[in-house]
Design a protein around this ligand. Structure first.
Ligand code: ADP
Ligand code: MG
Length: 198
């Protein structure tokens, strides 16, 4: 479901795609980007350079879909890359890596007339809210919260957990070592979420 890209006032719309790992956030982002390109819109796709799971310069899903993107190291890099251009749509994957400053930055881009699609984790691997996604969801014209499939029982999984501790950083402050896939994380429903008590 994509509504008109711009509001009548000339400002962009904020669309947020949130959920735990393996919930299909990147798939949904890619679907929207492909659809917008079919419609002839000018679409810019950026990913964080932490996410090198499929090489840099590509947004990809666990199911193997991918699209060319620009990898940037941080929010400043994203804004520099964009410059004063005003694409119809800016799609940002792995938005949790850009930190809380992404919120005012996105608001500035919306004011410039750019529709912003943000995809990212809204929960940490300790099942706590993970900014900036929860705030962006609150501020969005449209927000979808996806679930994965619980690795244990197949129920809807709103969470993911680490299979073993990286020993680096903490869940609220992502570092490159936190990036992983099936070897590092599992999707879990509420019943099968097992977190360390410490
Ligand atoms: P995300 O960006 O949210 O991590 P992706 O879009 O990369 O998710 O991948 C979603 C795809 O991952 C699904 O379509 C499915 O093929 C695959 N997948 C693997 N494990 C799971 C799981 N536990 N729950 C749901 N999908 C899974
Ligand atoms: Mg993804």
């Amino acid at each position: 479901m994509i509504h008109s890209v711009r509001n009548e006032s000339g400002t962009g719309r904020l669309q947020v795609i949130a959920g735990p790992m393996f919930s299909g956030k990147s798939e949904e982002l890619l679907r929207r980007v492909r659809r917008a390109k079919l419609a002839g819109l000018d679409v810019e796709v950026v990913n964080h350079s932490f996410d090198t799971r499929h090489g840099s310069g590509v947004v990809s899903s666990h199911a193997g879909l991918s699209i060319t993107s620009t990898s940037v190291a941080d929010l400043a890099g994203l804004l520099t890359h964009l410059g004063d251009r005003t694409p119809d749509i800016l799609a940002i994957d792995e938005a949790q890596f850009f930190g809380a400053d992404l919120i005012p930055a996105v608001e500035g881009l919306l004011a410039r007339g750019i529709t912003v699609i943000v995809a990212g984790l809204c929960v940490t691997y300790y099942a706590r809210p993970f900014e900036p996604l929860p705030s962006l969801m609150a501020l969005a014209e449209e927000a979808v919260k996806l679930t994965a499939v619980c690795h244990v029982c197949g129920a809807d999984a709103a969470f993911h957990q680490r299979i073993h501790d990286s020993g680096v950083g903490d869940s609220q402050h992502p570092v490159e070592e936190h990036v992983g896939g099936y070897e590092t994380y599992e999707a879990r429903c509420r019943r099968h979420l097992t977190l360390p008590t410490a």
